[in-house]
Unconditional design. Structure first.
Length: 153
């Protein structure tokens, strides 16, 4: 609430579009950051701890992170526009699956194509692949998955 010139309390003006997008990016990054932590934890346990194949480790880690990210996006980042419809859930997992494929392809190129297989190098490749795939995920989540009510019609 704000006070106008005559001393009356009035509703605050709607947040500016730029501010809304900045807050959305920050919330997306917060949830995405927790997903990245899950992704790296599972990846390193599988690849360097349990000595699983690199592609198995990266795909499984990405899938686990995808599940945790859905919960964060649904109940935190996009809680104001999350309707939990079958369509929304399906779109999230389809686009996230495409993101996992992008991330895995980029990881494959760095790990196998460039030979960056050591613990440090594999994590750098993993980070780069996550960052590039996350840009795609942000755009599709805000555009198609968690739409504003006005866009749903």
């Amino acid at each position: 609430m704000t006070v106008n010139l005559s001393g009356e309390r009035v509703a605050a003006p709607a947040a500016r579009p730029v501010r809304r997008v900045v807050l959305e990016v920050m919330n997306f990054a917060l949830v995405g950051g927790s997903g990245v932590a899950v992704n790296f934890l599972v990846f390193n346990v599988l690849l360097h701890g349990l000595h699983r194949a690199a592609m198995v480790a990266t795909v499984l880690a990405s899938l686990v992170a995808m599940g945790t990210n859905y919960l964060g996006f649904r109940y935190f980042t996009y809680r104001d526009r999350a309707s939990r419809t079958r369509r929304q859930i399906a779109l999230f997992f389809v686009f996230s699956g495409i993101g996992v494929a992008m991330e895995s392809g980029l990881f494959y190129a760095g790990y196998h194509g460039l030979g960056l297989v050591g613990p440090f190098e594999s994590n750098v490749v993993k980070a780069a692949s996550i960052m590039l795939a996350s840009a795609f995920r942000f755009l599709v989540c805000r555009t198609w998955v968690f739409q504003h009510d006005a866009h749903r019609a």
